[in-house]
Design a binder for this molecule. Structure first.
Ligand code: KG4
Ligand code: ZN
Length: 338
């Protein structure tokens, strides 16, 4: 194995609707991180269409690999390993990245590394500031809402997760009800900042101090409120609906994360996943952590949403630990984080 100071990883991420390739040095330094978004192609359908996503990945992947190598100014000889998101995600989309990574690893005779997508989101924080343990991560993405405890690199204890809709999914569905285009999360966030949380939507705390999450009841409550208002001829502004919805989401996320941090005795908290871009959540969690004396790390916007640099960062630790995949590596839609 190479000295840790000179590890260069080529990483690929194609789990959903971004085709991304990055070159990452020593797990923290981004030499390039090219992200090609397909949002425009999915917008008219109101969400990601798996077949279209796969087709775009196929069309894009070789160009994006080339662009990432050019921008980083590295040659294939300088690359130590090829890392790729193996799951979870859309299986047809994952397969494009996995097969591209396998082809490169085979042709260049480099180790192949399979990375869990959520591990990637967590390691986006390592790019910002070196991880120290133990720590707790609040993962908030389009597919996941989870509380994860880590005692060291590569160890994940998931002790709270969503029972129905993930938080990003709830944002997108409510946004759709309000007639906003996909992806609705960022638009809801903007509207929320312009409105008042005047509607008291429910908070799903769940039984016996559970650390699980549930957002489908909140989503239904928003839909019912809109429906009833329409029948009565009342009008709620989209701004106030968004602000009230966001107030409920943020209160539950922040309260559970802070309670979990206290119970686990950690003084370090990370925020990860696409919804980490949410300004209301960032603000509220920052204030709560300041009050509790907990060090909080939040990735910058471009590392919150799907990108390959985060996969490269997580992949670097697997490389250093000698945890390699073989040529049977496959895309796994429901891969668990262990
Ligand atoms: O992590 P991510 O890029 O993809 C998954 O792995 O799922 O997360 C995408 C999700 C979408 O649901 C999107 O609406 C949401 O993150 N999102 C936001 C914001 N920016 C992105 N949700 C709320 N507020 C935002 N500012
Ligand atoms: Zn993601």
């Amino acid at each position: 194995m190479k000295e840790q100071e000179e590890t260069i990883i080529l990483a690929i991420e194609t789990s959903c609707d971004e085709t991304s390739v990055a070159i990452v040095q020593n797990g923290r330094e981004i030499l390039s991180n090219i992200v090609s978004s397909q949002i425009e192609s999915h917008k008219r359908f109101g969400g990601v269409v798996p077949e279209i996503a796969s087709r775009h990945h196929v069309e894009q992947i070789t160009f994006i690999i080339e662009e990432a190598m050019n921008e980083a100014q590295v040659t294939k000889e300088e690359i130590d390993a090829v890392a790729v998101t193996e799951g979870p995600g859309l299986v047809g989309a994952l397969l494009v990245g996995v097969n591209a990574a396998k082809a490169l690893a085979f042709a260049w005779d480099k180790p192949l590394i399979g990375v869990h997508h959520i591990a990637g989101h967590i390691y986006a924080n390592h790019i910002v500031e070196e991880l120290t343990f133990p720590l707790l991560t609040l993962v908030v993405s389009g597919g996941h809402t989870e509380l994860i405890y880590m005692s060291d690199h590569g160890t994940y204890e998931v002790f709270g997760e969503t029972r129905d809709d993930a938080v990003g999914e709830a944002y997108d569905k409510v946004a759709r009800t309000l007639g906003l285009p996909y992806p609705g999360g960022p638009r809801m966030d903007k509207l929320a900042s312009e409105g008042e949380a005047v509607i008291d939507f429910p908070r799903a705390w769940l039984e016996n101090g559970s650390y699980d999450f549930s957002f489908s009841g909140l989503k239904s409550s928003v839909i019912n409120t809109l429906h009833n208002a329409k029948q009565r001829g009342e009008v709620w502004s989209n701004e106030d609906i968004a602000a009230s919805f966001q107030a409920s989401v943020v209160e539950v996320l922040v309260t559970k994360a802070m309670r979990a941090a206290k119970e686990k005795g950690v003084d370090r908290l990370l925020l990860a996943g696409g919804v980490a871009a949410n300004s209301g959540l960032r603000k509220s969690l920052t204030e709560a952590c300041q009050e509790a004396g907990i060090k909080l790390t939040i990735p910058p916007m471009k590392l919150c949403t799907d990108n390959a640099a985060m996969i490269g960062s997580a992949g670097t630790f697997l490389y250093w630990s000698g945890i390699y995949a073989n040529d049977r590596l496959n895309g796994q839609a429901g891969l668990e984080l262990k």
